[in-house]
Design a protein around this ligand. Structure first.
Ligand code: ZN
Length: 145
């Protein structure tokens, strides 16, 4: 199942929360960690990102509507549901703000795709899959091993 490691949070100065609670550590594939670090670091600098609400990173399961393993089974993907940024009283949420916060979500996609360069990746938004991804963005890579 690849090289899954445990790392403490925050990552690149950005907190990770699950159901509003700070995660103290995460399980993540060692090939995906530097990519996530890069995205969080750049979004912190460019958009004042202070925390992300995730729906999950590591989850040993099959992909939806498929028999193969999900990228989450390798801990090489993250489900992104919300983004707390400086100077905004409320987090930006995929389910509520997808159509009204286009510049932020364009920046997010730009950074995730930049970090994915050289990897086989998936980036799934509410536009791509309104049924299963209306409340989060899935970003992940297929590890090399
Ligand atoms: Zn996902």
């Amino acid at each position: 199942m690849g090289n899954k490691i445990v790392v403490p949070t925050p990552i690149a100065g950005v907190r990770l929360t699950y159901q509003g609670q700070d995660l103290k550590r995460i399980y993540i594939h060692e090939q995906f960690l530097p990519l996530l670090q890069q995205v969080l670091d750049r979004l912190r600098l460019r958009a004042g990102l202070v925390a992300i609400e995730t729906l999950g990173i590591y989850n040993l399961r099959k992909a939806r509507r498929s028999s193969r393993l999900s990228q989450h089974a390798y801990a090489s993907a993250i489900d992104l549901a919300g983004f707390r940024v400086q100077h905004l009283p409320e987090p930006i949420r995929v389910d509520r703000d997808w159509t009204t916060r286009r510049p932020f979500f364009r920046l997010l996609e730009q950074e995730c795709l930049r970090a994915s360069a050289g990897h086989r990746y998936e980036y799934v938004t509410p536009d791509d899959d309104p049924d299963l991804h209306n409340d989060h963005i899935h970003w992940g890579i297929w590890p090399d091993d």
